[in-house]
Unconditional design. Structure first.
Length: 179
């Protein structure tokens, strides 16, 4: 493996950083979708796998939550878990609704689609520290406007969610490291 200075990477499904040289503040990130059983637990899991591979678990914390409490306490949707597993990710998160305290606890809160982001801005207390962003802002390979809700669709929708999340999670990680 050739030497890579911090700030560069191989842009593939495996991101390889010279993580010993990473100097950064700690940051906490909350991924949010509607039900917290498909997109945001997958985003959390994929992002954490990058963080673990790069050995910066002590610097970057990640969690996920939903805008509705309907699925509270449930495991992620089996279709999402199976698709993630086929791509090498084990989703263990249990659904939870977002709380007011999350807007004070997390530095970055990232919605999967425009409706998620609109609702997050509506719920965010004016004195909260969280910055709210859209997940696809961090994509560098895909041009999709949002991470679409796969819940009522077929298998292809879940595959597409994984593709978009791998792209955006790598982009997000690079963005954080380069800050
Ligand atoms: P998610 O997908 O927001 O990606 O978790 C959904 C899961 C459940 C529902 C909608 C979207 N639902 O209406 O129950």
């Amino acid at each position: 493996m050739p030497y890579l200075p911090v700030g560069t990477c191989y842009f593939s499904r495996t991101l390889i950083w010279n993580s010993n040289r990473i100097k950064m503040d700690t940051i906490s990130i909350l991924f949010v979708c509607l039900g917290n059983i498909c997109r945001s637990p997958a985003a959390e899991t994929i992002f954490k796998s990058i963080v673990e591979k790069e050995g910066v678990e002590d610097k970057i914390e990640a969690d996920s939550a939903g805008l509705i409490s309907y699925h509270e306490g449930e495991s992620a949707d089996s279709r999402m878990r199976n698709m993630a597993y086929q791509h090498g990710y084990l989703i263990t998160h249990k659904s939870r609704p977002i709380q007011k305290s999350d807007f004070y606890k997390f530095d970055l809160i990232i919605g999967m689609d425009n409706e998620n982001v609109r609702k997050l801005h509506q719920l965010c207390p004016p004195d909260a520290k969280a910055e709210i962003h859209l997940m696809t802002e961090y994509c560098t390979q895909h041009t999709d406007e949002v991470v679409p809700d796969p819940y009522y669709g077929g298998t292809a929708g879940f595959t597409h969610v994984i593709d978009l999340l791998e792209d955006s999670c790598i982009g997000l990680f690079k963005h954080i490291i380069n800050k």
